[in-house]
Design a protein around this ligand. Structure first.
Ligand code: NAP
Length: 588
């Protein structure tokens, strides 16, 4: 393709998409739009840092060849007043990966936001916002280090699709009449009406991107965030389609949260990502109270808009948050703030949002080593209190530096002692791993408590069972009683004897069959007083079926079985506690 002003570098190769996966040569061509206002300052500074990190990580074997593209005011000055030149779109499609500074949307009728136009024209349907804490950044949280999530927000549907009818207009009246008279809908007269389209196509492609990312970046889980309890056929359907997609396309790489507890006893296999879901309002609470429970979040447009800014604010990052808009063929990384025109060309502002979007871009390209160098250098510079004015005003004893000096300080760390930086990132990863292991230990030790803490509402026997404790059939009743007391349980499972399956011995059995029968605890074995066969339910039995089982058999606890082996026990107290905590309504 020939362009009027875009010059594709002669050295360097194009990035391609092969079978839906990005293929990055060692000398890729990457597009950049410097942006308006503060854009040129932050772009120049960030490019120096990205190049230095790539050079340090790969010693010249890999190098980005930059291709300037034009949007906004710079485009208008080159393309005769055109803010959104069509050839920029064509070039982005050809180059596949680009990064952009902020753009001015000209004020006045008839101008669509350039960012919205870009997303729509390139079908960039996933807005991706990673939010993690960098040590030293001012934050309102007590323990911001726990925050490390990536929000995948659907970019094209939902109430943002622009299907809205203003109160009092003929279109509004026509639609209101149809809804009321033909569909039986009830709402106040003259209400403005918006439509919320959520499709299986739109939902599934977004969830697919989130799961692929989680697998590529070895993340722990993907959480579908929705208000499906209220909006069943839009948000509830998003949840349903999300799980469907996960099962259809990633069956060997994912497990559901229920499977994590029921089949794996809370231990997450190394090669599996957990897929779970949470109601949107609960996730807002939990991201403040227990953020480490969450990793990759996939959600619809409106939830995602609120959520990404809310989480970014927790790590002091709303002004430094990186972002990207990604489609099937093209990815555009961008600063998430605006052009801050009053600071234009003053070499003053914080380049972090664009800089960290570039880190995301390097990770997207699979150049994690270069990304890691920046991630490790960044907190070191901040901890040295070497910061731009915006951070300086929130810190004590800060050295206020310019945009370019901040970049210089980063480059000095990146090109300095590599071992030192490597250790820093390794330590961070080590801390995250230790956190994961702790969470796993809590899930194994006390699954019910772990589920509650992570906001999961259990719905099956496997979800509320306590781990089993067992003894061999020849154990004396006396020893078994000691074991029950030490473990604070009122029953023990008894291992199988020949031709007979597992049994159960309860406190009640001791009272009636030993004390009542005047036998010796010392001489009697548990086998003599155990009840067989066990009354069992499968791990995925619903809570209602468990309660029916208890009442029909007039028993206090039922054994949960998986592949003919007891894996847990559910008692009437367990059921009572869950219903007390979460309530009980009619089942769907
Ligand atoms: P803004 O440009 O984000 O600036 C608002 C304030 O945020 C600034 O005055 C400054 O605060 C702070 N700020 C923003 N970027 C900063 C940085 N890199 N370092 C330090 N502080 C920073 O928002 P706006 O004034 O509402 O919008 C200005 C223009 O940007 C508009 O034309 C708008 O359409 C456009 N915009 C573009 C994008 C985009 O391209 N992605 C996004 C949003 C807005 P202090 O004054 O307190 O220092």
């Amino acid at each position: 393709m020939t362009y009027q002003h875009v010059k594709i570098p002669e050295v360097g190769e194009k990035i391609t998409i092969v079978d839906g996966r990005i293929n990055v040569p060692d000398q890729p061509i990457v597009g950049f739009v410097e942006g308006d206002g503060i854009g040129p300052d932050i772009t120049a500074a960030s490019m120096r840092v990205w190049d230095a990190a790539v050079e340090k990580a790969y010693g010249g074997k890999r190098k980005i060849h930059w291709c300037e593209l034009y949007l906004g005011e710079k485009a208008a000055s080159i393309y005769d007043g055109e803010y959104f030149p069509p050839e920029t779109l064509e070039a982005i499609k050809e180059i596949v990966v680009a990064i952009k500074g902020p753009l001015t949307t000209p004020v006045g009728e008839g101008f669509r936001s350039l960012n919205v136009s870009l997303r729509q024209n390139l079908d960039l349907y996933a807005c991706v916002r990673p939010v993690r804490y960098y040590q030293g950044v001012p934050s309102p949280m007590r323990d911001p280090g726990q925050v490390d999530v990536v929000v995948f927000r659907e970019n094209t549907e939902d109430v943002y699709a622009g299907i809205e009818y203003e109160s009092g207009t003929p279109e509004n009246k026509k639609l209101a009449k149809f809804l009321k008279e033909e569909m039986g809908a009830k709402f106040f007269d003259d209400a403005g009406i918006g439509v919320k389209p959520i499709s299986p196509f739109g939902s599934k492609r977004l969830v697919r991107k989130a799961i692929e990312f989680a697998i590529d970046q070895k993340r722990e889980s993907v959480t579908l965030v929705h208000k499906g309890n209220i909006m069943k056929y839009t948000e509830g359907a998003f949840r349903k389609w999300g799980y469907e997609l996960a099962k259809e396309e990633f069956a060997d790489k994912i497990i559901t949260e229920e499977e994590l507890y029921n089949e794996y006893g809370g231990k997450q296999p190394d090669d599996k990502i957990v897929i779970k879901d949470r109601i949107a309002d609960i996730i807002f609470q939990l991201l403040q109270l227990r953020p480490s429970e969450f990793d990759v979040l996939a959600t619809m447009n409106l939830n995602g808009d609120y959520l990404s800014d809310a989480v970014a604010a927790e790590v002091g990052g709303i002004g430094i948050a990186p972002g990207a808009n990604i489609g099937d063929h093209v990815a555009v990384f961008e600063a998430t703030h605006g052009t801050a025109p009053k600071y234009a060309n003053q070499n003053k502002v914080n380049p972090s949002s664009l800089l960290l979007s570039g880190v995301m871009m390097l990770e997207y390209m699979g150049w994690n080593e270069a990304a890691d160098l920046i991630n490790a250098a960044y907190p070191k510079v901040i901890s040295d209190r070497f910061v731009t004015y915006d951070f300086a005003r929130q810190m004590t004893g800060a050295h206020t530096v310019s945009t370019s000096t901040f970049a210089d300080a980063l480059i000095a760390k990146i090109t300095g002692d590599a071992d030192d930086l490597g250790r820093f990132e390794r330590e961070r990863r080590g801390a995250l791993d230790a956190e994961r292991k702790e969470r796993e230990a809590r899930r194994v030790e006390n699954p019910l408590q772990a589920m509650r803490e992570s906001g999961h509402q259990p719905s099956t026997a496997g979800g509320i069972m306590s781990p089993t404790r067992s003894v061999s059939p020849g154990t004396s009743v006396e020893d078994a009683m000691h074991k029950m007391r030490e473990s604070d349980v009122s029953y023990l499972l008894v291992e199988p004897v020949e031709n007979e399956g597992w049994g159960i011995m309860t406190k009640r059995d001791v009272i009636t069959k030993i004390v009542g029968a005047n036998k010796s605890t010392h001489k009697s074995t548990v086998d003599e007083i155990a009840s067989r066969p066990l009354i069992t339910v499968p791990t995925d039995a619903s809570l209602r079926s468990v309660s029916l089982m208890l009442s029909e058999n007039n028993i206090r606890r039922v054994v949960v079985e998986s592949r003919d082996t007891p894996v847990g026990v559910v008692s009437d107290t367990d059921l009572f506690d869950i219903v007390e905590e979460f309530g009980w309504g009619t089942e769907e």
